[in-house]
Ligand binder design. Structure first.
Ligand code: FAD
Ligand code: NAP
Ligand code: SF4
Length: 695
C-alpha cells in the first residue's frame, strides 16, 4: 500500500478512491472535474491562467480533468471580434497546428502538478448555439435560446464537420491531452442530429433513428481512427434531455451501445438541453438527483459511465458509487469552490471543504454574461495568477467586526496568511444574513458555507467573540493594528404614510417567524430578498431540494418510466400555501429581471405556478386599516391585504465606522457596510478576500 493510500479518508470514501483501470491507462480515483467554460479561453493570457487554474486542481487530488469546450472549427464556436469587427485571438478553437502550443502549457502544468492526473479536452461544436455568422446545424432551425438561424449542412458540410472533429482530437493528442470528451448533448451540434424536432433531413443523416445517430457515431469512429487505441474518448450523452418530445429511453440505450462499438472509452451522462424548462443544477435541485438515470444506462453498456449534477461532497459521491449508479462521478462547480476537494476528502477532512452551494452566481451566470467565471465562495477560482493568499512577514493584530460573509472571508483569509484575528459579532452565531438565506426552501446549501467558515475559524485559531455588540469605546484602547468594519446593512424602510401600521412586517421578522403572516400578503420590493420571501410564504410542505421524488413531482419529471425527454406528458404538480400573494416593484421592467441569469427563470416559474401575482410599475400611496393603496397604470387601486412585508433594499450600517473614524482609529470598511447597493454575498466575499490578501 502506498503512503497516499494510508490517508484516513481513502478508507472512509473507499469507492471514491478506487482507481479505474481502462486497460491502456488508469484513472487514479473516481472523481472527475467536469467541463466548464471559464472565459479564460478567450483571453490573450488565457492559456497561462488556465494552466495555473487546472494545475491547482490536479494538485488538489482529482483523478481526471475535462477542460472547457474547445471548438473543432470556427463555425462551431465563439468568434470574438474587436471593435472593428475583426476576429481576435481566441483559445477556444483547436483546428490548426499553430494552436497546439498554447494547449501544451495547460497539459504540461497539469502533468507536472501530478503525472497521474489525466486531462481530457472537451471538443464542443455548438451547432445552432454557436456565436458566429457561419453556424451550422442538420436543419436550419433556430434554437429558442439563440439569436441566429443556422445554415443547413449539405453532404460536403457534414463530411467537413466530421473530419474537423477528428482533426481536433488528433491535435489535442499532440498537445499532450490524455483524451478528449466529445459533447453530444445540451442542444449542441451532435445532439441536434439525434432529436427529431431539430433534424428534419431526408438524407442518410435524417429520418430513421439509425440515420440520426449516424453523425455522432461517425464523429467517434473518425476520432478513434485519428488518435489510435490508447487515448481516452469520453462521449457526453443526453441521458435525459428534459425536452418535451425529446429522446426516448430506447433511443438513448441504442445510442450508448452503438457508441461503445464505435470506440468510446467512457460515456458521460448529461441531463439537459440548455433550452429545457427543468432546473438541473440550481441549488433547488436535490443532491445527486439524476444518478438513477445513469444507473439504468450503466446496465446497458460494458464501458465505464460517469454521472454528474449536484454532487458536491465526498459522502454524496461515495454513496452514488456505493449504490452502483456510476463508475465515475463528475464534479465541476465543486472543484471551482474548492480546488483541494479530493485532498481534503483523502485526509478525512470533508468538514474543511468549501462546498459549492449551487448558486451559479459567479460561475454560470458569469459564463452566460460573457464575464470570467469564478466562484461566490472562492473568488480565487479562475483568478489563481491574480489573487494569492501568501503568508505575511508582518503579522498584525486585526479586529473584524461582523461575522457575515464579508467579515468571515476577511477573517479567514487574513488568519490563513498569518495575521492574528479577533472576530466579533453581536449575534449568537456566525453568518450574518446567510442565517436568513438558509431558511428559504431550496437554499439549504447555505448551511454548508457556515459550516465551512465555522471549521476554518477553529482551524485558524481565530478568536471568535459572539454575542458581543462592539461599540467605539470598546475599540478605542484595544490595541488592534487594524479594525475591519463588516457590520453589514440595515433594511430600508420606505417613507410611506402608514408604514408604522401593525400589518407592516420587515423581511427579517417574516423569515424568522417573529410576526404572524396573514392570508393576503403584499410584498413591497421584488429583488432577490422579495423573491425569497415570496417563496418562503407561498411554499407548503417539505423542501423539494431535499427530496428527489418531490422535486420530480414539482418540475414534472418522470425518472422511473422515462417518457421522451423524461418530461413528455408529465404535468408539474405544485403544492402551495393557502395565501394570496402580491409581489411588487416600482420599476417598469419585468419582475425578476435582475435575478441570476441562469436561475432567475426558475424562481419566476416557481412563484407563478404557485399563483403569486407579480406586479411592476407600482406606486405605493399609503397603508391603512383597509390595506395597501397603490397606483397601478396611473389608476388608484387598493390591495386589501392583512400583511405587508417590506423587502425594499438595504442601507449600509456604518455607525460604528463613522464613530471609529472620528476617533482616528485604523478602520476599513467591507461588505454591506461599505456599499449596500448591488451588494450580494459574491461581492462581499470577493471584496473582503481581496482586501485581506494584501494587508
Ligand atoms: P451581513 O451578512 O449583514 O453581516 C453583518 C454582521 O455584522 C451581522 O452578523 C451582524 O450581527 C454584525 N454586526 C452588525 N453590527 C455589529 C456590531 N456593532 N458589533 C458586532 N457585530 C455587528 N446573497 C447572495 O449573494 N446570494 C443569495 O442567494 C442571497 N440570498 C439572500 C437571502 C436572504 C433572505 C437575505 C436576507 C440575503 C441574501 N443574500 C444573498 C445577501 C447576502 O446575504 C448579503 O449580501 C451578505 O450577507 C452581506 O454580507 P455582510 O457580511 O456585508 O453583511
Ligand atoms: P434589491 O435586489 O436591490 O431589491 C430591492 C427591491 O426594493 C427592489 O425591488 C426595488 O424595486 C425595491 N425598492 C428599492 N427602494 C425602495 C423604496 N424606497 N421603496 C419601495 N421599494 C423600494 O435588494 P434585496 O432584495 O434587498 O437584496 C439584497 C441583496 O441580496 C441583493 O444584492 C440581492 O441580489 C441579494 N440576494 C440575492 C439572491 C439570489 O438569489 N441571488 C437572493 C436574495 C438576495 P423598485 O425600486 O423598482 O421598487
Ligand atoms: Fe458553486 Fe456558486 Fe461557486 Fe458556482 S459560484 S461554483 S454554483 S458556489
Amino acid at each position: 500500500m502506498s503512503a497516499q493510500a494510508q490517508r484516513p479518508g481513502m478508507e472512509k470514501y473507499a469507492r471514491l478512491f478506487t482507481p479505474l483501470d481502462l486497460g491502456f491507462t488508469t484513472i487514479k480515483n473516481r472523481a472527475i472535474m467536469g467541463s466548464m467554460h471559464t472565459g479564460l479561453e478567450e483571453m490573450p493570457d488565457g492559456f497561462e491562467r488556465m494552466a495555473a487554474y487546472f494545475a491547482e486542481r490536479a494538485a488538489g487530488g482529482v483523478g481526471m480533468i475535462i477542460t472547457g469546450g474547445i471548438a473543432p472549427n470556427e463555425e462551431g464556436g465563439v468568434v470574438v471580434k474587436d471593435q472593428d469587427g475583426n476576429p481576435v485571438f481566441s483559445a477556444s478553437k483547436l483546428s490548426t497546428q499553430r494552436e497546439v502550443a498554447g494547449h501544451k502549457l495547460v497539459t504540461q502544468a497539469v502533468h507536472e502538478a501530478d503525472p497521474d492526473v489525466k486531462i481530457c479536452m472537451q471538443i464542443l461544436h455548438m451547432g445552432p448555439l454557436a456565436h458566429n455568422d457561419e453556424l451550422v446545424a442538420p436543419t436550419a432551425i433556430k434554437s429558442r435560446i439563440s439569436k441566429y438561424v443556422p445554415h443547413e449542412l449539405d453532404a460536403a458540410g457534414i463530411e467537413k464537420q466530421i473530419n474537423d472533429h477528428a482533426n481536433c482530437a488528433k491535435l489535442a493528442q499532440e498537445a499532450g491531452y490524455d483524451g478528449v470528451e466529445i459533447i453530444g448533448s445540451a442542444g449542441y451540434l451532435l445532439s441536434t442530429f439525434l432529436v427529431e424536432k431539430t433534424n428534419l433531413r431526408t438524407d442518410d443523416y435524417g429520418g430513421s433513428y439509425e440515420n440520426r445517430m449516424r453523425f455522432p457515431l461517425e464523429v467517434v469512429r473518425r476520432c478513434r481512427a485519428a488518435v489510435g487505441d490508447d487515448f481516452i474518448i469520453v462521449f457526453r450523452i443526453a441521458a435525459m434531455d428534459m425536452l418535451q418530445g425529446g429522446m426516448s429511453w430506447d433511443e438513448i440505450t441504442q445510442l450508448a451501445k452503438a457508441l461503445e462499438q464505435a470506440g468510446t472509452t467512457i460515456i458521460s451522462t448529461h441531463f439537459t438541453w440548455h433550452e429545457s424548462a427543468v432546473p438541473t443544477i440550481a441549488t433547488m435541485v436535490p443532491r445527486a438527483a439524476f444518478t438513477s438515470v445513469t444507473a439504468r444506462l450503466r446496465k446497458e453498456v460494458s464501458i465505464p459511465v460517469i454521472t454528474s449534477n449536484r454532487i458536491n461532497m465526498p459522502q454524496v459521491a461515495e454513496d452514488v458509487l456505493a449504490r452502483g449508479d456510476a463508475d465515475l462521478v463528475s464534479m465541476a462547480r465543486p472543484m471551482l469552490a474548492d480546488s483541494q476537494f479530493m485532498n481534503k476528502a483523502a485526509n478525512d477532512a470533508a468538514d474543511e471543504i468549501n462546498t459549492c452551494i449551487a448558486c451559479n452566481q459567479a460561475c454560470l451566470d458569469h459564463t452566460f454574461s460573457g464575464k470570467t467565471t469564478s466562484c461566490l465562495v472562492n473568488p480565487r477560482a479562475c483568478h489563481e495568477t491574480l489573487l494569492s493568499y501568501l503568508p505575511t512577514n508582518d503579522s498584525k493584530s486585526i479586529a473584524v467586526i461582523g461575522a457575515g460573509p464579508a467579515g468571515l472571508a476577511y477573517a479567514t483569509v487574513a488568519a490563513e496568511r498569518g495575521h492574528k484575528v479577533t472576530l466579533f459579532d453581536a449575534a449568537s452565531e456566525i453568518g450574518g444574513q446567510f442565517n436568513l438565506a438558509k431558511l428559504v426552501p431550496g437554499k439549504e446549501e447555505f448551511y454548508e458555507t457556515l459550516r465551512y467558515y465555522g471549521k476554518m475559524i477553529e482551524k485558524l485559531n481565530i478568536d471568535l467573540r459572539l454575542n458581543t455588540r462592539v461599540d467605539v469605546d470598546m475599540l478605542a484602547d484595544s490595541g488592534f493594528d487594524r479594525i475591519i468594519i463588516a457590520t453589514g446593512i440595515s433594511p430600508r424602510t420606505p417613507q410611506i404614510e402608514g408604514i408604522d401600521d401593525e400589518k407592516v412586517v420587515g423581511y427579517i421578522d417574516a423569515l424568522k417567524g417573529n410576526k404572524k403572516i396573514g392570508k393576503r400578503v403584499a410584498i413591497m420590493g421584488a429583488g432577490g430578498i422579495g423573491f425569497d420571501v415570496a417563496d418562503y410564504i407561498s411554499h407548503d410542505g417539505p423542501s423539494a431540494a431535499l427530496d428527489i421524488d418531490l422535486f420530480a413531482k414539482e418540475w414534472g419529471v418522470d425518472f422511473k418510466n422515462h417518457p421522451r425527454g423524461g418530461v413528455t406528458g408529465v404535468e408539474p404538480q405544485v403544492a402551495s400555501a393557502d395565501r394570496e400573494i402580491f409581489l411588487m416593484q416600482r420599476k417598469e421592467t419585468a419582475v425578476g429581471k435582475g435575478l441570476g441569469k441562469t436561475t432567475g427563470w426558475t424562481h419566476r416559474l416557481t412563484l407563478s405556478r404557485r399563483g403569486v401575482k407579480m406586479m411592476n410599475g407600482i406606486d405605493y400611496l399609503k397603508i391603512d386599516a383597509r390595506g395597501l393603496h397603490i397606483l397601478r397604470d396611473n389608476k388608484p387601486d387598493l390591495l386589501e391585504v392583512d400583511t405587508i412585508i417590506v423587502c425594499a433594499g438595504q442601507e449600509p450600517l456604518r455607525t460604528l465606522y463613522d464613530a471609529a473614524e472620528a476617533k482616528g482609529l485604523p478602520v476599513d470598511l467591507v461588505g454591506g457596510a461599505y456599499e449596500a447597493a448591488e451588494l450580494d454575498a459574491k461581492a462581499a466575499i470577493k471584496q473582503a478576500s481581496e482586501m485581506a490578501a494584501i494587508i
